[in-house]
Design a binder for this molecule. Structure first.
Ligand code: GLC
Length: 603
C-alpha cells in the first residue's frame, strides 16, 4: 500500500513537471517548435556538386573573400556542362550519410539539416520533377536524402531539409543574380516556381517520412526580390498541409508583420544572439568560413569558442546550427570532426545546462565572467553559471539575485560536493575549486527552492572587483542619438556624445566598504577649461574640470589619427557601510562644445 502511494505521488510529480515545462518557458510560444527549443543544437550539412570542386576551379580560388565554396559555380562563372563534370570527383561508393548522423549524435546534436537543393539547383534525392539530381548521375544510383532520412530515424535525430527556393542557377527561369542585369518577368519566374519548387517540395514532404524543418534561404525580404508574397504563402500552405508538424524558418522571406506563422527566426550567417528573445531563434554557423567543403579554408575556431557560441545563444533562448562540409569522398575534415567530438564530450557531462534550458532573467553581460542558463522543475529552479573567465582570487561573485541558493556544486561532479558560498543581499560569492576537472568551460549549478528574485537594474562588480559604469548599465534613459557606436576597428570606442548638460545614474551594491577611487574616461578636443564633470555619491561630491585629451594614432597609417580617450582620476570616496548606492554623473559642456564620455571606473 505504501509503495503504491509513493508511486502515485511520483507519477503526480512527473506529470506536474511535464505540465510546468509546457506552461512556462519559451516553448509555450509555439507548440510545434517545442522540440526545437528543447534540443538547442543541430548539425548543418552543406553537400552538393560544389563539394567536388573543393573551393578551387581550374587552379583559381573562389572569387570571393567569404570563401563560400558552394557558390563556386556562380562566382567563377562556370557553365552548367562543366559544373556537372564535378560529379566524377566524388567517391560515390564510399560516401555514407549515416556517418554524418553518427557524428552529429556524438557531438550532442539533436537534428540534422542538409542542403537537399542548394543554389546550384542540383537535387540530392531522386527527383521526379527534374533530372538534375544525384540519382540520375550515379551508378549505383544514390539518393542521399533517403539514406540520411533512414539514418536519422535509426539514430533518433530529427531531419531538416535546406531548400533554395529563390535562387536556382539551373532552371531557365530560376533566380540568378545576373538577372539583375538581364531581367526576368514575374510570369517566367512563376513558371520556375510551379514547375520546380512546388513539385520538388511536394516530393520531399511526401516521400521521406517526417521532416522536422524546412530551411529556406532568402536572406532579404521578398519585396526586394522577384518572389511574391503569394508564392511564399502557397509554399507555406503546402508544408502545413503535407506535414503539419514541420517547422519553417524565417528565411522563407515573409516578415513577421505580414505573416507570423513561421516557426523560428534564423539569424544571419555566423551571427550570434545579442539579446534575449522569447520567439524561437537560431544561428547558423561554420567552424571556419565556408559552408561547402573548401580545402583552402583552414581558419578553424577553437572548441571553446564554438561552445561559447552555443552556450551564449542558449542563455538568450537561441539555438545553434553548426555546419560540416564533407569532402567529395564523404569524409569530414579532421579539424571539424575533432571539434564536434570535443563539443559532444562537453555536452555529455554538462548537457543538462543546455538541453531544455532557457534564458535567465538577468540582463546579458551583467556578470562579466560568463553566461547563465536556467531550468525549472517542481522542486525549484536551477541556475547554470558557465565560466568563460575566472577571478584571480577564485571567488566568483554573482550579482543580481536576492534569494539564497540551497546548494552549489560543479555540474561535472557526480558526487555534487557542495561548494562553499556566502550570500549577501544580492551578491552570491562562491569559492571555486583550486582545480577544475572540466577543462573547457566549467559550469556551476546553483539550486534554489523557488524562482529566484532578481534585481535587474544594478551595475555589477566585474571580475577584477571594480565597477565599469557605462551608458549601457545606467538606470537613466539615454537618448539613442547621442550613443555613438565604436568605429575604426574598435580603436575609437563607443561613447556618448554630450553637447548639452547630461546626467547619468547607476545603482550599485557595495559589499566591501572602504575608500574607493573613481576614474573617468572621456575625450575632449576643444580648448575651454570650463567644461565640467560632477559626481555625486553617498552625500559626497567630486568636481573635475575637463581638459583637452589630444589625439592618438590607431594604426600606423597617416590617416589613422583619432581622438584620444584618456582616463582621469576624479578622486576618492569613502563608502562607509555595505549597501545600495546611487552614483550620479553630471557632464556640463559649454555652448558648442562636445564631450565624448566613455565610462566611470570605481574600485
Ligand atoms: C547564405 C549562402 C549560402 C549558405 C547559407 C547558410 O545564405 O548564400 O550559401 O548556404 O548562407 O546560412
Amino acid at each position: 500500500m505504501k509503495i503504491a502511494k509513493s508511486l502515485i505521488i511520483k507519477i503526480l510529480i512527473f506529470t506536474l513537471a511535464a505540465v510546468s515545462n509546457i506552461v512556462t518557458g519559451q516553448a509555450n510560444l509555439n507548440k510545434r517548435a517545442q522540440w526545437f527549443v528543447n534540443d538547442r543544437f543541430g548539425m548543418f550539412i552543406h553537400f552538393g556538386l560544389y563539394s567536388g570542386a573543393e573551393g578551387v576551379w581550374k587552379g583559381e580560388k573562389l572569387r570571393n573573400e567569404n570563401d563560400y565554396a558552394e557558390w563556386i559555380q556562380y562566382r567563377n562563372r562556370i557553365s552548367k556542362e562543366e559544373y556537372l563534370t564535378l560529379i566524377d570527383n566524388f567517391k560515390w561508393d564510399e560516401i555514407d550519410p549515416e556517418k554524418w548522423v553518427i557524428l552529429a549524435k556524438n557531438a550532442g546534436m539533436k537534428y540534422v539539416t542538409i542542403t537537399a537543393k542548394h543554389h546550384d539547383g542540383f537535387a540530392l534525392w531522386d527527383s521526379k520533377t527534374s533530372n538534375y539530381d544525384v540519382t540520375d548521375y550515379t551508378n549505383p544510383k544514390r539518393d542521399i536524402i533517403r539514406e540520411l532520412a533512414a539514418a536519422c530515424k535509426k539514430h533518433g535525430l530529427k531531419l531538416g531539409l535546406y531548400y533554395s527556393h529563390w535562387v536556382d542557377w539551373e532552371h531557365q527561369y530560376g533566380w540568378d543574380h545576373t538577372k539583375e542585369i538581364s531581367g526576368i518577368s514575374p510570369a517566367d519566374f512563376d513558371k520556375y516556381w510551379q514547375e520546380k519548387v512546388i513539385p520538388q517540395m511536394t516530393e520531399l514532404l511526401t516521400n521521406y517520412g517526417p521532416v522536422g524543418m524546412i530551411w529556406f534561404d532568402m536572406w532579404i525580404h521578398h519585396s526586394q526580390t522577384v518572389v511574391t508574397k503569394d508564392q511564399l504563402l502557397q509554399l507555406k500552405k503546402l508544408i502545413r498541409e503535407l506535414q503539419p508538424d514541420c517547422l519553417i524558418n524565417s528565411r522563407l522571406g515573409l516578415s513577421l508583420e505580414e505573416d507570423n506563422d513561421v516557426d523560428f527566426q534564423e539569424l544571419g550567417d555566423n551571427e550570434f544572439g545579442r539579446n534575449k528573445k522569447d520567439f524561437p531563434w537560431q544561428s547558423p554557423a561554420t567552424v571556419a568560413h565556408s559552408w561547402g567543403y573548401n580545402r583552402l579554408d583552414n581558419d578553424f575556431k577553437s572548441t571553446t569558442s564554438l561552445l561559447q557560441s552555443l552556450i551564449s545563444n542558449v542563455s538568450l533562448n537561441g539555438n545553434l546550427l553548426l555546419n560540416i562540409g564533407p569532402r567529395p569522398d564523404g569524409t569530414v575534415p579532421y579539424e571539424i570532426e575533432k571539434r564536434l567530438l570535443e563539443m559532444g564530450e562537453w555536452l555529455r557531462v554538462n548537457g543538462e545546462s543546455i538541453y531544455g534550458s532557457n534564458a535567465f532573467d538577468l540582463p546579458k553581460g551583467m556578470n562579466d565572467w560568463g553566461v547563465i542558463t536556467t531550468k525549472k522543475n517542481p522542486y525549484g529552479t536551477k541556475l547554470y553559471l558557465h565560466l568563460f573567465g575566472l577571478p584571480a582570487d577564485r571567488k566568483l561573485k554573482l550579482t543580481g539575485i536576492k534569494s539564497t541558493p540551497v546548494t552549489a556544486y560543479m555540474l561535472d561532479d557526480k558526487n555534487r560536493t557542495p561548494l562553499s558560498f556566502i550570500h549577501d543581499e544580492i551578491i552570491t560569492e562562491i569559492a571555486l575549486p583550486e582545480i577544475f576537472t572540466e577543462k573547457l568551460i566549467p559550469v556551476i549549478v546553483l539550486e534554489y527552492q523557488n524562482s529566484p528574485d532578481c534585481v535587474v537594474d544594478l551595475a555589477a562588480q566585474n571580475i577584477e572587483g571594480g565597477y565599469c559604469l557605462t551608458s549601457l548599465n545606467s538606470i537613466s534613459e539615454v537618448e539613442q542619438n547621442i550613443l555613438i557606436p565604436k568605429s575604426r576597428g574598435g580603436t575609437v570606442p563607443s561613447y556618448l556624445s554630450v553637447k548639452s548638460p547630461t546626467v547619468l545614474r547607476w545603482k550599485i551594491y557595495i559589499d566591501n566598504p572602504g575608500l574607493k577611487t573613481i576614474d573617468a574616461s572621456y575625450s575632449y578636443q576643444g580648448k575651454s577649461m570650463n567644461n565640467k564633470i560632477n559626481i555625486k555619491v553617498a552625500q559626497n561630491e567630486l568636481k573635475h574640470n575637463i581638459t583637452n585629451t589630444g589625439k592618438t594614432v590607431g594604426e600606423p597609417k597617416s590617416d589613422w589619427v583619432i581622438d584620444n580617450f584618456r582616463c582621469s582620476v576624479l578622486g576618492t570616496i569613502d563608502f562607509i557601510e555595505k549597501g545600495y548606492y546611487e552614483i550620479e554623473i553630471s557632464i556640463t559642456p559649454q555652448k558648442n562644445e562636445e564631450i565624448k564620455f566613455q565610462w566611470l571606473w570605481l574600485k
